[in-house]
Ligand binder design. Structure first.
Ligand code: AMP
Length: 249
């Protein structure tokens, strides 16, 4: 069974994001970039399925600039077998990514597309759902457990108020949530081995997809600055402040 894992290059989650002075977006020049954390969880799950003998090949795909090959290399070092870089400079929206993934699914015929529930840069939480709709496949989103059983996949989902388990026929789309697993760090030997694994480079046009954005960002602003906190001397003082100053009780 082949698994396709889309991995997005995003600003590292430890970086304090700064808004560009002209309000057109966030600063990415000279900023540490990494694989989207949810995608690391998806790669880890795919590698675990391969280690269990349930998957035979893992293909990591990234849509982004030439430098996104770094994130594919990380996936290869974690245990993916080969990569596909769909090279595209500039913004790429979920619908364009979903169409690109649809074209790659047609070429690669994976049984599962295992992806992040959301990319931490734009917080769209849309690509997996759009791909499922374009393919007409079942989707198990926000997965906290993934089990292959009876020729299908059982996905336990984190929903408001608890857990829901859905059974999907294959092929299917699974998007992963934070508590599914803890991704491994790639070992040095595996990082070295990953250098020899193949990465194919294509352009959206080669896959018949026009990746021109359809959304216009009007303005990006920083959230209002938080005021400094104060230390209170007693519970009475806290209650008094909450009642008379914050007026929340
Ligand atoms: P989003 O819908 O943008 O929040 O992203 C959800 C998931 O779709 C991510 O966690 C990735 O697995 C995948 N994805 C989104 N954009 C890209 C991209 N440019 N390249 C590869 N995968 C992507």
């Amino acid at each position: 069974m082949k698994i396709l894992v889309p991995v997005k290059r995003v600003v590292d989650y430890n970086v304090k994001v700064r808004v560009k002075s002209d309000g057109t977006g966030v600063e990415t020049a000279n900023v540490k970039m990494s694989m989207n954390p949810f995608d690391e969880i998806a790669v880890e799950e795919a590698v675990r399925l391969k280690e269990k003998g349930a998957a035979t090949e893992i293909v990591a795909v990234s849509v982004g600039p030439a430098a996104a090959a770094e994130q594919i290399r990380t996936a290869l070092a974690m245990g993916a077998d080969r990569g596909i870089l769909v090279e595209h400079d500039g913004t790429v929206e979920p619908l364009a990514v979903a169409k690109i993934l649809k074209a790659l699914v047609a070429k690669e015929s994976p049984q599962i597309v295992l992806m992040g529930k959301q990319a931490i840069d734009d917080d769209m939480n849309a690509t997996g759902q759009m791909l499922a709709a374009l393919m007409g496949w079942g989707q198990g989103t926000f997965a906290s457990k993934v089990e292959l059983a009876d020729g299908g996949v059982k996905v336990t989902r984190e929903v408001d108020g608890g857990l829901e388990t859905v059974a999907l026929n294959l092929p299917a789309i699974v998007t992963v949530d934070l508590r599914l697993n803890e991704p491994r760090y790639a070992s040095l030997p595996n990082i070295m081995k990953a250098r020899k694994k193949p990465i194919e480079t294509v352009k959206p046009g080669d896959l018949g997809v026009d990746a021109t954005p359809r959304l216009t960002v009007l303005k990006v602003e920083e959230p209002p600055k938080r005021q400094a906190g104060v230390k209170v001397g007693s519970v009475q003082e806290l209650v008094q402040k909450l009642r008379n100053e914050a007026k929340v009780i």
